[in-house]
Design a protein around this ligand. Sequence first.
Ligand code: ZN
Length: 134
Amino acid sequence: MAEFNMDDMFDKIKTSAAKVSREAERLTKSAASKVESKTQEAKLKYAIRELEDKMRACYAAIGEAVYESFRNSEEPGDFSEMFGRLDALREEADEIKEQLAAVSGCVVCPECGAGVSAEDAFCSKCGANIKKDE
Ligand SMILES: [Zn+2]
């Protein structure tokens, strides 16, 4: 009859305990990365909202200037600087939208810029074919 070995017993317990803690660590890590991407998503959404607010402020400033010149029967001034600023804001917003789409597992519709599930073939907003490249 094999002699009961206390050391073997402890080794077995240690090994299975290590397995359990590795598994727990793995689960914790995947949960953490999910939380991280949610946080990242919220940050990006906030950044987009901020950019859209700035764009709205630009539109309002342009509209106000156009109206003022109309009221004073003047030629509207040069808005190229404003338009340049709007272009830059729009580009920045588009870039962030792409990042957001990557983080949330979506693709950005090439037609309307809406976030669409990567599994969809067509945009849910405008109906554009999203997978036409494939
Ligand atoms: Zn679309």
